[in-house]
Design a protein around this ligand. Sequence first.
Ligand SMILES: [Zn+2]
Length: 323
Amino acid sequence: MAAIKVGTAVAKPGKRTTGELVVGYYPDRAITAPVTIACGAKPGKTLWVQGCIHGPEVGGVVGILRFLEKLDLRKVSGTIVAVMLANPTAFRGYSRNTPIDTTNLNRVFPGSADGPHSAQTAHALMEAASATADVLLDLHSGGDRSLVPFYALYWDDGSPASLEAGRLARAAGTRDIWAARDEWLGGAMFTILTQRGKPALIVECGGGAQVPDEHIASYVTAIRGVAQAIGILPGKPARQKSYRMMREGLLVYSTSGGLFRPLVKPGAVVRKGQVLGEIIDLHGAVVERPRAPSKGLIASIRRRYMPVYSGDQIAECNTLVGN
Ligand SMILES: [Zn+2]
């Protein structure tokens, strides 16, 4: 079998190798993503794990680094392809959207070879992942603006790849799982890969412009659990006693501006109409109290005293299955 190759990184049994994957071009040079390939001494499946498809979500990258640091390649059967920056220019610009075309990269998959800038980046990632990966694990967080609970997300269309992604989500070390069919996730990398027959999932954790050890540990747990579930690492992933299944992601937007003061924590279960926080103006008056659109789990909430514009996403409230 030909060696796994991602950009200039080439897998070597029992070794860590590094390289760069071209995902676009500046006027004067290539835009490249740093890649590490950790290749086990024994053959097996290939797990593609990536971070920073949204620039400020660096927690996932730190989680990958911590996981790789402790990895004993003699115990690995298969290969881990780690793409540290899925969206290098968003990372450099510290921006959720790609600065060059102000596009959310994770909404334009599968992209195209000759489309707009982000479409080409999406295409480059799709081509490389499709050629090498058996499974995609895409790490996210609340970035610099919001906080999210530790949860796994997969595309739930009932296909074999989707069912496998659901199994892997249950191995990711959290009891909170979002089995999504939301239209607005239609252009996400995990959605498209799943629809094309490759199990793919997102793990979300933390944010709020901070990366505490607790969040790094959650990412490491998720990577290890998924790697165990597909036989790359020995041992069985820890199963949770029960799972809280989310169905639909409802986005809550502000209609005024000011400073946001959350009144619920990420992961809290709220009732329909519950006040999620307050927006105060610069004279100290409360000008808005955003409310939960449904009973559900707070899958994202703006961080404390984050300035908001009208129309900013204040929270994401995900409906719970069986409620
Ligand atoms: Zn993200």
